[in-house]
Design a protein around this ligand. Sequence first.
Ligand code: ATP
Ligand code: MG
Length: 449
Amino acid sequence: MRLSRYFLPVLKESPKEAEIVSHKLMLRAGMIKQQAAGSYSWLPLGYRVLEKVKKIIEQEQDRSGAVELLMPTLQSADLWRESGRYDAYGEEMLRVKDRHKRDMLYGPTNEEMITDIFRTYVKSYRDLPLNLYHIQWKFRDEVRPRFGTMRSREFLMKDAYSFDLDKDGATQAFYRMFVAYLRTFHRMGLVGIPMRADSGPIGGDMSYEFHVLADTGESAVFLHADLVNKPIPPIDTDFRSDLSAIFKDWTSLYAATDEMLDEAKFKTDVPEDKRLSARGIEVGHIFYFGTKYSDPMKATVTGPDGKEITVHGGSYGIGPSRLVPAVIEASHDDAGIVWPVPVAPFEVTLINLKAGDADTDAACEKLYAELGNAGLDALYDDRDAPAGQKFATADLIGIPYQIILGPRGLKEGQAEIKHRKTGERETLPLADAVERVRSLVEPQRRDKV
Ligand code: ATP
Ligand code: MG
């Protein structure tokens, strides 16, 4: 991408309306624009990050055996009357009428609709287990939308729904999602810590929220410090195998939000020097709900003995549009955002220090083409602008590596590489610059983790 042809409306001043650093930086870096309370446009730079986050989620969902589809945002109220939630949901639900005066709603979640799809097509125990997911916009009329896309009214959600014959099957489905979530957040450069959450009237221990630690998090969390550095299950984890050992291993270390905190247990289970109390951002929630929807909506399959069985379900949410600011909360400095490679809008930016100078332009064009050929996501700052402004932009938008080239370096046949995260600079022969960046980027892409 050539910056001269791109749309990157960066702001010089820090916007007054933003209270937390991720919101400030997303506005300053030209990633989002507010359209109404809790409603945002994703500008090109922000949208690239959102798409990378979605891609990682999709890869890990697919790897876990879940199958992607897409359901509409507007739903018929009748489905929600069947489950009994139409009246129960309250003011967070945005209700609308179509021209025939039929009640519709903008989906805050999709249990009813997916159960309707399931009951239409799935009739036999042979078709189970099944896990269907989509990534779709949701609307919840939050009392206090705030912190930009962290808590907005219209937001993106990955929601998966599992269907199994019985509780044992549903438990295996739950474990598969548990492991997929650990891997998903890790691949984004985050530590997503599973915390015991409320399972409401269903009870049991199959409700976990995943939290990213950050000072600006809305939840108070209490955990065993070893959870922060715990190694993630490897890619060759066989998802057909029993994953209960991984689940037990992770959940044997105490972690809970204040809503679930059992102070006595926190003290007895966690040695004093390992007790961590911090703030957390909820980025995901996995939940077993049994027959809560399949019962009233009559989602049944025929069992091996010909009898009808009401299926057991769970739902599994992740908030991609909340994850983008969560990554920024976890990774920034005074100059701006510091993107982890896997979610960076561009992996490298090439800074031409003297656009308009024929030799420098020619050398940069060649480098830019080589970056593309090396499979790197590159942004070429070819603008006719002062060097200081280019450095500030590159730092603000957080591209992990900068290749800097001007007439002086060119004369000596040398380019400079700046590492955004550490500030480290290296000077090396022009011919080696692209290969050097490739060798830095590739191991961090985490697509094989
Ligand atoms: P919260 O307690 O933060 O309101 P929730 O319990 O209502 O979240 P779920 O219904 O479990 O959230 O939704 C699944 C995921 O969707 C959450 O873990 C979060 O990542 C995301 N999410 C929920 N509400 C919002 C919102 N208003 N803005 C952005 N993301 C959201
Ligand atoms: Mg909520």
